[in-house]
Write a protein that binds this ligand. Sequence first.
Ligand code: NAD
Length: 341
Amino acid sequence: MATTQKTALVLGGGGFIGNAMISRLKSENYWVKAVDLKNPEFSQTEADEFVIGDLRNVATVENALLVTKAGTTNEAFDEIYQFAADMGGAGFVFTGEHDAEIMHNSATINLNVLEVLRQLNEKLGVNKTKIFYSGSACMYPEHNQLDPDNPNCVESSAYPANPDSEYGWEKLFSERLYFSYSRNYKIPVAVARYHNIYGPLGTWDGGREKAPAAICRKIAKLDVEGGAIEVWGDGLQTRSFLYIKDCIEATRRLMSSSFAGPVNIGSEEMVTINQLVEYVSVIANKKVNRNHKLDAPLGVRGRNSDNRLIEQELGWSPAWTLMAGLGETYAWINDQVRVLV
Ligand code: NAD
């Protein structure tokens, strides 16, 4: 007997994680529609329909939320993945120069998406769409992340709230918004707090890239024997990084479960930024010296995922080590750099 094909809408489907989610959903035989301001930068989308549109506009969201698969009329999606946001690495988020646009743009998208979904459900007399929201570890309080050796990012440590950036405050507001719509309008939601996702096809240049991509790029650009690269801060700040394939797998598991979160999706393999440089220099087989830029924008002193809740609820833990994921990422960024030379 033929089964009905599931439908999914990926908002921010031109971005790094959204693009990877589209590929995953297609491999699971979903009919996928995506919306973004831009096409994916480094690959062709696999979405069945890709709409260029601005989700700050209500009319765009109203059109986006209807399934446009041939043979359907006035149908809501089975699943929505909401990845659209004003994103960036430390160079974009922590200078303070983009605070208003980050808060305004990302909050507007989330307010629009939920309210349009509520209205659509009311109009169609259904409530079948489950919506995923990509929150961030940036919402955790700064005062729990001052000790680089012992950062505390357990889900229950979120309050009293004290994120160190407006990006983090918006993420916290929006995760509460999703749970409010779930509570008051019974919209099924799933909320993750992502911790530093990296991998091939991610932004690696231009100011919005994160530490793993930036370090891979800088080392790829050195001569074959090596040289010096600029490292932001003293390099003793700690982080963990989750490989994109692990991120997608954990997100799919969360969406397939009855657990709503909020839950960390990250890695517990914490390293200093200096260690990260060392790993990439081993992969590249180059001798790398570090010039520390001490006045660079940095973010918190230490951050690591705490995976006890996701292990308990979903039985998930990352499959990729940092070394293995960086190997794939470096190879891809090295190719990108060579293309430009
Ligand atoms: P990304 O910047 O690659 O993707 C976000 C996409 O949203 C972009 O393609 C952008 O064009 C799109 N977008 C922005 N404003 C839009 C608008 N008004 N209308 C339509 N599209 C718009 O970022 P990503 O790394 O793929 O992150 C996806 C989500 O995950 C974001 O919400 C981000 O905050 C969250 N997150 C990511 C990380 C990470 O390490 N990558 C960590 C924590 C949380």
